[in-house]
Write a protein that binds this ligand. Structure first.
Ligand SMILES: [Zn+2]
Length: 117
């Protein structure tokens, strides 16, 4: 798989801070996040979308759902739906959202490059 470093297109203009998927604002609004909707509930919640997705991200990767992909392992997206993912997403989830995730047993790893293995 080739990692393309491209500028985000206007249609794909926000990246989920939890899973890194890149979608348009209207996709998040209409369908929520394809991976995180069960814990974050983005649909029809513009405020939450603005807090938990970021317009600043880099390193777009097209993930086709191959669980053995090194890119998937690198991005920790083995179990995510196929789509376009950002390698880095600027920003962090708000504290109350993080606490909510922890209470649901979801581990949040910031994708802004501040966490190293
Ligand atoms: Zn997500």
């Amino acid at each position: 798989m080739v990692v393309k470093r491209t500028r985000p297109t206007p249609k794909l203009n926000r990246a989920c801070m939890l899973c890194g998927v890149v979608q348009s604002m209207s996709q998040f609004r209409n369908d929520g996040c394809p991976n995180c909707e069960s814990v974050l509930h983005f649909a029809d919640n513009d405020d939450l979308i603005r807090e938990c997705t970021s317009p600043t991200f880099e390193g777009l990767v097209a993930f086709k759902g191959t669980k053995t992909s090194w890119v998937a392992r690198w991005l920790r997206i083995e179990n995510f739906v196929p789509g376009v993912y950002a390698v880095r997403v600027a920003g962090k989830l708000p504290e109350d959202v993080k606490n909510d995730l922890y209470s649901q047993g979801v581990e949040y790893r910031p994708r802004d490059g501040s966490v190293r293995d």
